[in-house]
Design a protein around this ligand. Structure first.
Ligand SMILES: Cc1cc2nc3c(=O)[nH]c(=O)nc-3n(C[C@H](O)[C@H](O)[C@H](O)COP(=O)(O)OP(=O)(O)OC[C@H]3O[C@@H](n4cnc5c(N)ncnc54)[C@H](O)[C@@H]3O)c2cc1C
Length: 299
């Protein structure tokens, strides 16, 4: 079944039965039948075409910081883009970044060049690809404010370019969440700024994160999207859920909007906790909580 893939990716960049818990910040998730680490866009194109021709399911992941993989794992090929495809080019006020670059690295590079607009991104532990797909944001900023173009592969491996209007960005959403798109690079238009002021802003955001978020425990950041006019953390606190546990999955005692893995949590513990919170929020406050984390894998 996988013989064609072995011709595309050399053995040292393939892993069989790879536990996805090792590739997600929640540290849960069963094995992928096969995980591949492509290094070029051409390799990804060939992978997509081969999987399509041979009927093999595939999924792309970045740095796994917004992913909840079920305990049975993923049947098919996981294409891991975080850590590879990490080119970054700066020209004037524009930065072109490949999908595998860490957001923290991107925002530090922008700051070093006196470019403002990505200060919000420094503490978001994802890749550029994952951040485009999620329209990641914080402290009043989000990817949609700076992105001027994105290149992505379609389900047949064809390279397409998107303008901001075509990306249909919304709150933690984009066109790339629908269909088989694989984001390979993004161009960001920034503004010239004072380097010291940019760095000071980034340091202030980092301080706020350390103060308010359980950064020393495995999590996926905010587990739910923010419903209009509602702050999820204070809501769950009011409902007495801070510190509430199912198995080893816990509503963080530091920030009730985060679910943390206290050590041995399974994906099912986390899913059960999500469902329990959703049910109570609906019953007690008539509020629909939608997971921000992407739940994937075999049911
Ligand atoms: C401590 C902590 C703090 C966080 N704070 C924030 C925050 O302030 N704001 C915020 O918005 N998020 C935050 N997050 C969530 C997360 O970091 C972001 O959503 C991030 O953008 C996800 O990037 P990733 O590379 O880890 O994506 P992954 O988790 O690997 O993937 C997320 C989704 O994108 C898809 N995907 C990933 N890469 C690609 C690609 N190249 N092409 C197509 N699809 C792709 C995956 O299939 C999946 O559906 C936080 C997470 C943690 C753990």
């Amino acid at each position: 079944m996988y013989s064609q893939i072995l011709k595309i990716i050399p053995p040292e960049r393939l892993r069989w039965q790879e536990p996805l818990s090792a590739h997600t910040t929640l540290k849960v998730g069963g094995p992928a039948d096969l995980m591949v680490f492509p290094e070029t866009i051409e390799e990804i194109q060939q992978l997509v075409r081969t999987c399509r021709e041979d009927g093999i399911p595939y999924m792309v992941i970045g740095l796994g910081s917004n992913l909840l993989v079920r305990d049975k794992g993923f049947r098919g090929v996981v294409i891991k883009i975080g850590h590879s495809l990490n080119g970054l080019y700066i020209s004037g006020n524009e930065i072109m970044a490949e999908a595998g670059i860490r957001l923290s690295e991107l925002s530090k590079k922008a700051a070093a060049h006196g470019l403002s607009g990505l200060e919000f991104a420094e503490g978001i532990p994802g890749s550029v690809g994952g951040a485009v797909v999620m329209n990641a944001g914080a402290y009043g900023g989000e990817m949609s404010q700076v992105i001027s173009a994105v290149s992505a592969l379609d389900g047949s491996g064809n390279l397409c370019t998107f303008s901001p209007e075509e990306m249909a960005f919304g709150y933690r959403s984009s066109i790339f969440q629908k269909g088989d798109w694989i984001v390979v690079s993004a161009v960001m238009k920034l503004s010239p700024g004072n380097r010291e002021e940019i760095v000071a802003k980034m340091q202030e955001y980092a301080r706020l994160r350390r103060e308010k978020q359980p950064l020393d425990m495995p999590s996926a950041g905010s587990i739910f999207k923010r419903p209009p006019g509602v702050y999820v953390g204070p809501l769950l606190e009011k409902m007495g859920l801070k510190g509430f546990k199912i198995g080893d999955a816990q509503v963080s005692t530091k920030h009730a909007g985060f679910i943390v893995n206290c050590g041995q949590a399974t994906a099912q513990d986390i899913i059960d906790l999500i469902r329990y919170i959703q049910k109570r929020a609906l019953e007690e406050h008539n509020i629909v909580l939608e997971p921000e984390v992407r739940i994937v894998g075999e049911e």
